[in-house]
Design a protein around this ligand. Structure first.
Ligand SMILES: [Zn+2]
Length: 160
């Protein structure tokens, strides 16, 4: 006999509780944190991506490229060996390459490739998106250990 009114009352209290601004703010904060870009660290077990970037920047770009957020991927995803994310101005390298058996040249090549994405933004070319333009490819060929790095990366089968 008393249950129904009590339950309805509890539901009303709950609605009031949830719609109170403090709770709404907390829920909003949780959504923000969950949706946030998870930025990892440039410092790996073996290679530091910021020092790799800085070395390549002075070697190939006269030190003129602004360093974006450099980070190892959080997981061991292999579908992306690396990528440049213009929205967050971040270069992400797959953590599988943070390994003692991965030559520094390979990590350098991945970072160099992504630095070229930073330098050559995606353009529309005759209505098509030109991700790796002729200029991009020409500049990529300046990397001294390109063939070895590409041969090594073939085993991973991901994309750059
Ligand atoms: Zn690419």
């Amino acid at each position: 006999m008393y249950r129904k009114p009590v339950a309805r009352d509890a539901a009303t209290h709950y609605r009031r509780y949830v719609s109170s601004s403090g709770v709404m703010r907390k829920a909003h904060l949780v959504r923000q944190i969950r949706g946030r870009k998870r930025i990892g660290s440039a410092e790996g077990q073996h290679w530091n991506l910021e020092s790799v970037f800085d070395g390549l920047n002075s070697q190939f770009f006269h030190g003129l490229l602004g360093r974006p957020q450099m980070t190892w991927s959080r997981g061991h995803a292999r579908n992306h060996l690396g990528h440049y994310d213009p929205a967050h101005n971040a270069i992400v390298v797959s953590r599988v390459f943070d390994h003692q058996r991965v030559p520094r040249q390979v990590v350098e090549y991945i970072v160099y490739h992504e630095m070229l994405h930073l330098k050559h933004p995606v353009r529309l070319h005759g209505g098509r998106r030109s991700v790796h333009s002729a200029e991009f490819r020409a500049e990529e060929r300046l990397f001294p250990h390109l063939a070895e790095a590409k041969a090594f990366l073939k085993h991973f089968g991901g994309i750059l």
